[in-house]
Design a protein around this ligand. Sequence first.
Ligand SMILES: [Zn+2]
Length: 283
Amino acid sequence: MRIFDPHIHMASRTTDDYERMAAAGVRALVEPAFWLGQPRTSVDSFVDYFDSLIGWEPFRAGQFGIRHHATVALNPKEANDPRCRPVLDLLPRYLDKDGVVAVGEIGYDAMTPAEDAALAGQLALAVAYDLPALVHTPHRDKARGVRRTLDVVAESDIAPERVLVDHLNEVTVGLVRDTGCWLGFSIYPETKMSPPRMVELLKRYGTERMLVNSAADWGRSDPLLTRATGEAMQLAGFSADDVDRVLWRNPVEFYGQSGRLDLTALEANDPTFAGNSILRGGE
Ligand SMILES: [Zn+2]
């Protein structure tokens, strides 16, 4: 089973996690920029964080044969802090970098006017830099947050197939299914989605444009829940090809739209990666 985790916060994880992920079949991942728990008090903190996402973490992942890409953005929570908002002016410097495959995580936390402005502004940046967008949906008042998110996406110039709406569940999946956006599901140990619940959604809605991630971060989470979901799919009768589509080909296709997803290092070590190892876009 080859696994691409499309949303995992490795800066919060240990090197032992990289080792366990590699042993479980994780060969590639995307690490979105997010809120670190401790409030940041200056833009300089973001500079160091973004630099680690495109420098140190890819190096750490590479030691275990895992390809690491990142997304950068001002996250929804800190969009409310005037000390952090100037990060928006810093983003263009990072959106030009090779290892950055999307703008994200953007979206809503408490659905404030400041978050409205940051979301719309960063969707415009995604269009300007020809990148997809990774959109976080709020954990409270989720259905309203997803509806408002989809309205802002529709009002922007970004094409729906370049938007991944993440942290969906049984209540919100139906709101996104027919919009043309990609659908992300974060599998957690206790709360939110579990592997068996994810399998039920895949039975009902199919595997097209469906992405499964562990979203592992500094909270209770488990970087191996992508693998557990693949195994639960197999037990439920999904084919190896279905599992490969959800856990590998879908994330490759979504982030491949950046034209920057580079998986050639995997192909060099393993011939089964030939053919979809690099997606450089149409230009
Ligand atoms: Zn996240």
